[in-house]
Design a protein around this ligand. Structure first.
Ligand code: ADP
Ligand code: MG
Length: 694
């Protein structure tokens, strides 16, 4: 039987693949030879030539040729064999933590050898830990290769040698059974791309004398080909996901808008033009039976809560329940407080659900949610746990969660009545740069509040060295005692552990209490019980505390207009987006607010630029663009970074110029050739799974 496709040849037809290896490969979703060939090298190693020691860079994996000077075993904490060797340009120390006596014997003065490994530079001295060694004995050929060595992403127990062996065999099949080129010829022409077979061959087996730089540059034709195909597949997949999401219908929420009018009449202010615009965008979505999937972006303080309230009222007036989810209990409580006043006046029933509720309260909330008595439900992730049954949920609003992944969104579907999809509104104060919005968020519609309510004075940001802490103390005292303003003191720590963070905040609070005995100081951190947190927050809100010492738990959403001074300790530890979020806690009233960045020494260049940007601008979008430039897209993607969005060849930032066109092509392909669109997604997304590096 003539085989037509590599997808029909299973991996175990290769030599050396038994049931065990087959299973390992299956875990990487590699079942057939085409899967295997799309498992492409992460990077390459250059074993084609010897590098003089002096030319090696820190962290580079290089082949060197050296002569042993001496070797000895050191008995410290760990028994270590150290071997000093040199070439004509410099000397290097090899370190072996596991070694046999025979090995030590071989490494005698005067012995010549090739070593391959990672070069570490410590000042002027060079080191290589556990190099691979080939002795230059009389009969041994030099271990130099003709072409670059590919290094594959792998999992435990699967060595690079096995990958190379498998790929080598697969490439032989490839020449007989080329894989199907899924890109239509007109696109290949238009974008001037290399054929897929040629590109695969080139990447697995780079031609002789290819330079390592050419293999990682997106100018290389093989990589260019894959960048285009990958970006297209990614666009297709986002658009298809959206299509799938919109297969089920949602409830139509059309009404007179009486509740909305009533709320507007209650407010002491008028919505801004931007708020009105986004409310009308959302409102139109809610009037359609096509499920809404919309991301509302608005800088800190832009007034997203009011937008959420107005949209919730549209759903409630149509007889549906609304769930409003906040990322933390503090924020959920704050929303509860704002909404309580409104709901009381509008005679709307409210329920509250967070993890730490007492059993009786919890039962009460669950019952109200299930019976439909609760029209608006506010809470944390607890809202979407399995045991929460809604009577007729129509709209879910997710606050400060642009990282809400596709998986989590799918879980929401279970909360909608059968065969229905929820309308979903995500809100975020972290602006998403345009290029990212077009890729990672291509499955959502965007609304942007690009205007702050009137009467805000921009926050002044000042960088000040830790060594001038005394001045800061003075300033805080003035603010609290003379100006009757309130102050946030934010402790940052690199430690992930909430416990350690909380302890550090406690220490700081005690220290401040000693130094500023006349100020009333409160403390809030992640380890406090929910009631305690709420109490402290309430005290600060009511002006019964002057200074609030906090970990970054206050990052999002907290609103205390009288707080006009914020000190961020060691701001260099935080990213721009996070600093911007924190700073947004001040500048909420009419007096001028200040943010002091109390930095430590020494500052890295990157930290310096971040602090500089913070001083220069209050514009969240500009800050986001800079953050993307300085730190890459990881921070903006969150869960999207893995699985859904892991791009191997394309770089959303560097290749952003390609995206608008590819997006258009993807749209056309889905409507004209949906089968092809599916095949491209399958080819590309089946193989990407949180693979570890080698
Ligand atoms: P965020 O977008 O950061 O969630 P909030 O919704 O917490 O912002 O709003 C910040 C503050 O601005 C709140 O005190 C809110 O009452 C107030 N606010 C919202 N909209 C307006 C407006 N149109 N005019 C004046 N103040 C407003
Ligand atoms: Mg908010």
């Amino acid at each position: 039987m003539a085989l037509t496709s590599l997808t029909e040849i299973e991996v175990d037809s290769l030599k050396g693949v038994g049931p065990k290896l087959k299973e390992k490969l299956a875990k990487l979703r590699i079942e057939n030879l085409q899967d295997l060939l799309f498992h492409l090298p992460l990077r390459y190693e250059d074993r084609t030539k010897v590098k003089p020691l002096i030319e090696t860079r820190d962290g580079e994996r290089a082949m060197i040729r050296v002569t042993v000077q001496h070797s000895q075993v050191q008995y410290g904490k760990r028994r270590t064999l150290i071997c000093r060797a040199f070439d004509q340009t410099a000397s290097i120390d090899f370190r072996f933590f596991h070694f046999m006596a025979a090995q030590q014997k071989k490494l005698q003065a005067g012995v010549e050898l090739y070593a391959f490994g990672e070069v570490r530079r410590f000042g002027r001295s060079l080191q290589m830990v556990h190099p691979e060694i080939t002795y230059l004995g009389a009969n041994q050929a030099a271990p130099l290769l003709d072409s670059l060595t590919p290094i594959y992403p792998t999992t435990e127990g699967l060595h690079q040698a096995s990958w190379r062996n498998l790929q080598k065999q697969a490439l032989v099949y490839l020449t007989k059974h080329p894989v199907k080129d899924l890109l239509p010829p007109e696109l290949i022409d238009k974008w001037q791309l290399m054929g897929i077979n040629e590109a695969l061959l080139w990447l697995h087996q780079p031609p002789k004398h290819t330079a390592i730089e050419d293999l990682s540059s997106d100018q290389s034709p093989a990589i260019k080909r894959l960048i285009y195909e990958e970006l297209l597949a990614q666009q297709l997949s986002m658009q298809l996901q959206r299509q799938r999401f919109q297969q089920d219908s949602a409830f139509v929420m059309r009404n007179k808008g009486e509740l909305v009018q009533k709320l507007l009449a209650l407010l002491p202010f008028k919505p801004t033009k931007a708020q009105r615009r986004v409310v009308s965008e959302i409102s139109q979505d809610l009037q359609s039976n096509r499920p809404m999937l919309r991301l509302l972006q608005g800088d800190v303080g832009a007034g997203k809560t009011l937008v959420a309230a107005l949209c919730a009222l549209q759903a409630i007036e149509s007889g549906f329940q609304v769930a409003l989810m906040a990322p933390t209990e503090i924020l959920a409580e704050q929303h509860l407080n704002s909404f309580k006043a409104w709901c009381d006046s509008l005679e709307i029933e409210l329920a509250f659900l967070v993890g730490k509720l007492k059993a009786a309260q919890r039962r009460e909330s669950l019952a109200a949610i299930q019976s439909g008595q609760a029209q608006l439900v506010i809470g944390t992730h607890a809202l979407f746990q399995e045991e929460v049954a809604y009577h007729k949920l129509g709209l879910a609003i997710i606050d400060e969660q642009h990282r809400f992944g596709v998986k989590q969104r799918l879980a929401l579907k279970n909360k909608a009545p059968e065969n229905k999809q929820l309308h979903q509104l995500m809100m975020t104060a972290t602006p998403i740069p345009r290029t990212l919005a077009m890729t990672a968020y291509a499955d959502m519609d965007l609304s942007i509040i690009d205007e702050l309510p009137p009467g805000r004075t921009p926050v002044k940001t000042i960088a000040i060295s830790e060594q001038k802490r005394d001045q800061v103390m003075q300033r805080m005292e003035d603010a609290c005692l003379h100006e009757k303003r309130q102050v946030y003191w934010v402790c940052t720590l690199i430690e992930e552990s909430e416990e350690i963070q909380s302890q550090a905040a406690e220490t700081t609070a005690n220290l401040l209490a000693e130094q500023l005995p006349n100020c009333r100081i409160g403390l809030i951190h992640g380890r406090l019980k929910s009631e305690q947190k709420q109490m402290v927050m309430q005290q600060f809100k009511n002006g019964r505390l002057d200074i609030l010492v906090a970990t970054t738990v206050i990052e999002v959403g907290v609103d205390v207009p009288n707080a006009s001074l914020m000190i961020i300790e060691n701001p260099e530890r935080l990213g721009l987006a996070q600093l911007h979020q924190l700073r947004g806690r001040v500048g909420r009233g009419s007096v001028e607010s200040h943010c002091l960045l109390l930095y430590g020494h020494p500052l890295s260049d990157n930290a310096k630029s971040r602090i500089q940007i913070m001083r220069e601008t209050n514009d969240g979008f500009q800050i986001a663009e800079e953050d993307l430039r300085l730190r890459g897209p990881g921070e903006f993607l969150g869960t999207r970074q893995t699985g859904e969005m892991a791009l191997q060849f394309a770089d959303i930032v560097k290749n952003s110029a390609l995206i608008p066109e590819i997006q258009t092509v993807a749209k056309a392909m889905i409507s004209q050739n949906p089968k092809l669109a599916q095949s491209l997604c399958k080819r590309w997304l089946g193989y990407r799974h949180e693979l570890g590096d080698v």
